[in-house]
Design a protein. Structure first.
Length: 535
């Protein structure tokens, strides 16, 4: 594929697999360059030729080799580049490479065929348990999933490290072939004017970079929240951006709470989304979901404080284009029921009067479908101006999209079950539960993460990774379900389940996203990468 076409696909935000369906390289291996496969965050690889329901359910499917040992817990999703040239390290050559970043601030390049570590540079000491927050392990280093620009052969990664004993964030642009910096890493700084005219400055001690990075419109974007809602008088939700390549900061940034005071000196309005990625549409807008602010439930105004909301933001970060806030936002704030415990899925264009849809759910368990053209605003007392709403169970999670024979499906994973919802968008919108799984063996906060693999509209498989039960051993399990209910059944057929890693830090959620690429399933957990496939 020509580099100019790759650039168009990355900037568009559309699913690369779907856009490439008619090009000359249709049968080449699929690169996974970003969180949940594409900038819409669909989680769907529709070019998987090897893994079918029949062979995944057979004894042929399992671990391909012993898990690859890593130096720390992994909260970032693996990325996969086929036929990548490695020019540094002890074994230069061409490999299908899995890139895995750890909370120890190490970035690994791993041969997907054998599990051999090709490169593993470290980018400085991680910050041990920031502010005493135990979420995401004893260390916080690389927390948000990196992103790859395949045209320039660059991996962008946000590193949290100690510099002269003080926490600092640096954005790195690494060469895929060497994992060396292409340009000097940039120190993350920012400031914003508050409602009383004073200037508020970004402070890395209190800000947590948790959502997956986004590469779109020639820029790299990163969202920030808090550590366990500790120091809420100092922590606020930010979205920052840099020009890809030179890493020059954008002129504007988004601060979700610009109020100078609050009743309980409790600000936040964080962007955390359980690690889900900032999303982008094809026409120049960004999307994210915010969490709670002051528990008095009185500080929302949709302008100087935008909590508990889906936010549509201009690509230059200069203006909020639209938002949706549930009418019960005050109760969400008061009960710590973050809408922003999950991210925003942007659906590919659908037929009917509302072609551009987004879907998001949070701790309260309501999955909202909204019109991306105008998200719906805020209606005190209700009813909410949404396209549709269903209950999925409490969701520290994110949704996945796929289509079968022209009909859209959304996979939810609230509570402890996978549910497939069938969408009708023309002549009017309707959503119905098509099938659900039996409850998964899962623990910690409710919900988990999924992805879907298929070959076009055929042989779709839903993949899920559970969270550990809070006892020993604290294993995470990989599940596979046939996405086609058998014989009209409303129960999904389980094709596989097996131990895929462990997670001793049961105080911090395992937000693990299974990655399917070229017949392999990649699961990164605590100090290891497990790779599954057909023997």
């Amino acid at each position: 594929m020509k580099r100019t076409m790759w650039r168009a696909l990355l900037v568009s935000g559309l699913p690369v697999m779907m856009l490439m369906a008619g090009c000359e390289h249709h049968h080449r291996d699929v690169p996974v360059t970003t969180y949940h496969y594409d900038n819409l965050r669909t989680g769907w690889n529709d070019r998987e030729r090897h893994l079918k329901p029949g062979n995944v359910a057979s004894s042929r499917f399992g671990l391909l080799y012993p898990p690859v040992a890593l130096d720390d817990q992994v909260d970032a999703q693996p990325l996969v580049i086929p036929d990548q040239k490695i020019t540094a390290g002890p074994t230069p050559g061409r490999y299908d490479v899995a890139y895995v970043a750890t909370e120890g601030n190490t970035v690994y390049a791993i041969d997907a065929a054998t599990g051999n570590v090709l490169l593993s540079p470290n980018f400085g000491p991680p910050v041990p348990m920031p502010l005493g927050c135990n979420n995401n392990g004893p260390n916080v280093g690389i927390n948000g999933t990196p992103v790859i620009d395949r045209e320039s052969r660059t991996l962008y990664v946000m590193v949290y490290t100690l510099e002269s004993g003080n926490p600092a964030y640096r954005l790195h642009a690494l060469d895929l072939a060497t994992l060396a910096d292409r340009v000097p890493p940039v120190l993350v700084t920012a400031s914003h004017v508050l409602s009383n005219g004073t200037t508020y400055s970004f402070n890395a001690t209190y800000q947590r970079q948790r959502p997956a990075l986004l590469l779109a419109f020639g820029n790299v974007y990163a969202g920030f929240g808090s550590f366990c809602d500790f120091a809420p008088d100092q922590s606020r939700g930010w979205l920052l951006g840099w020009n890809a390549g030179p890493l020059t900061p954008l002129a504007h940034n988004q601060l979700n709470d610009t109020q100078a005071t609050s009743p309980d000196t409790f600000f936040l309005s964080a962007i955390w989304m359980s690690g889900f990625g900032i999303a982008a549409d094809p026409v120049g807008n960004l999307y994210f979901v915010t969490g709670n602010s002051d528990f008095s439930g009185t500080t929302y105004d949709g302008v100087t404080n935008i909590q508990e909301s889906i936010v549509k933001l201009s690509a230059d970060l200069s203006s909020v284009v639209s938002l949706f806030t549930p009418f019960g936002q005050a109760g969400l704030d008061a009960g710590d029921l973050d809408f922003g415990s999950g991210g925003a899925l942007l659906l590919p264009d659908q037929p009917g009067p509302t072609p551009h849809l987004a879907a998001a759910a949070g701790k309260a368990g309501d999955l909202y479908f909204v019109d991306r053209k105008s998200l719906g605003g805020y209606t005190p007392g209700g009813p909410d101006k949404v396209v549709g709403k269903v209950s999925i169970g409490s969701c520290w999670c994110g949704q996945t999209f796929f289509a079968r024979h022209g009909h859209a499906r959304v996979v939810s994973s609230g509570g402890s079950q996978v549910t497939i919802w069938k969408l009708q968008t023309s002549p009017s919108f309707a959503i119905a539960s098509e099938a659900s799984s039996a409850p998964l063996s899962t623990g910690q906060a409710p919900g988990f993460f999924t992805s879907v693999s298929s070959e076009g509209s055929n042989d779709a498989i839903v993949w899920a990774v559970s969270r550990p039960i809070n006892n020993s051993p604290a294993n995470v399990l990989l599940y596979a379900f046939d996405a086609q209910p058998a014989g009209g059944s409303t129960t999904l057929t389980q094709l596989y389940s097996g131990v895929a890693g462990n997670w001793p830090n049961t105080g911090g959620n395992a937000n693990i996203v299974p990655v399917v690429a070229d017949g392999k399933v990649f699961v990164a957990s605590n100090q290891q990468l497990a790779v599954f496939g057909l023997h």
